[in-house]
Design a protein around this ligand. Structure first.
Ligand code: SAH
Length: 244
């Protein structure tokens, strides 16, 4: 009798432990579905109605797990239609702004792209998914350190360097595209110089304490530049030499 009870107990324990093994992956995949649903909703509500149409950009936005780029305690807000704090007074841009800048840049596979202001690494990940050979510079040492680890862990091929992006990244210049994700009141000359003929540079240009205009600069084949403005935005200021 005692043996029988032991047998049942053993069986019960086996079933119970099997349950414990199966449960966490089930919960994880349910959560993953939840994030994916949030991304689908973000695309339908915040991106497409505002004029994001590029299939490649929409595909990248559908793919990159934004929740991995925001601090743990605000993960729930990862897909909210707003920028979020990432520490040191800095922010991860609103999803729409990331999609919009990416679309305006018309990135093609294999292009060499330089980002100034890596921050969380989210924009850099989107660029990498678009097929860009992505280089990104971050001036704040702590953020640069964290973002290198994050991008590596998530498997994005982005080269990150800590330093003042004002001077660009000469070693890898010239670039097909340059994206500055911090506000400046002028276009840093070294960055214009590191832009290829026929290349495009985008930045929030204007008063760094208030509002800026999303400005696209195109360098034609004779090195002349043409600027177009695309609407008001608000970014954290570019620091370092940009403020001298
Ligand atoms: N692209 C980021 C958001 C950028 S927030 C993302 O997807 O999360 C702006 C970032 O620019 C901040 O991290 C800030 O530290 C950085 N920054 C400001 N001035 C800079 C400079 N001169 N060179 C490089 N990075 C700079």
């Amino acid at each position: 009798m005692e043996n029988l009870a032991k047998k049942f107990l053993k069986k019960g324990l086996l079933v119970f432990s099997a349950f414990l093994i199966v449960l966490p992956p089930l919960v994880n995949s349910a959560l993953a579905l939840d994030w994916e649903a949030k991304r689908t909703q973000m695309i339908a509500v915040d991106l497409v109605p505002r004029g994001i149409w590029s299939p490649a950009v929409l595909k990248a936005m559908k793919q990159v797990p934004r929740q991995e780029f925001v601090p743990k305690h605000i993960r729930k807000l990862a897909y909210a239609d707003r920028p979020l704090p990432i520490g040191e007074g800095q922010t991860i841009s609103q999803p729409y702004v990331v999609a919009w800048m990416s679309q305006l840049l018309e990135i093609e596979k294999g292009m060499k792209v330089l980002e100034i202001g890596t921050g969380s690494g989210y924009q850099a990940a989107v660029l990498a998914v678009l097929g860009a050979r992505t280089y990104s510079m971050e001036i704040r040492p702590n953020l640069a350190h964290e973002v290198k680890i994050r991008l590596n862990k998530l498997g994005y091929r982005v080269q990150v360097r800590q330093g003042d992006g004002y001077y660009g990244w000469k070693q890898h210049a010239p670039f097909d595209r340059i994206i500055i994700t911090a506000a400046a009141n002028h276009v840093p000359r070294p960055l214009l110089e590191q832009l290829k003929l026929g290349g495009k540079l985008i930045l929030p240009l204007g008063n760094v304490r208030y509002y800026q205009n999303m400005t696209l600069i195109e360098k034609d084949t004779s090195s002349k530049t043409h600027a177009s403005q695309h609407g008001q935005v608000r970014f954290v200021p570019m620091v370092g030499a940009a403020q001298d």
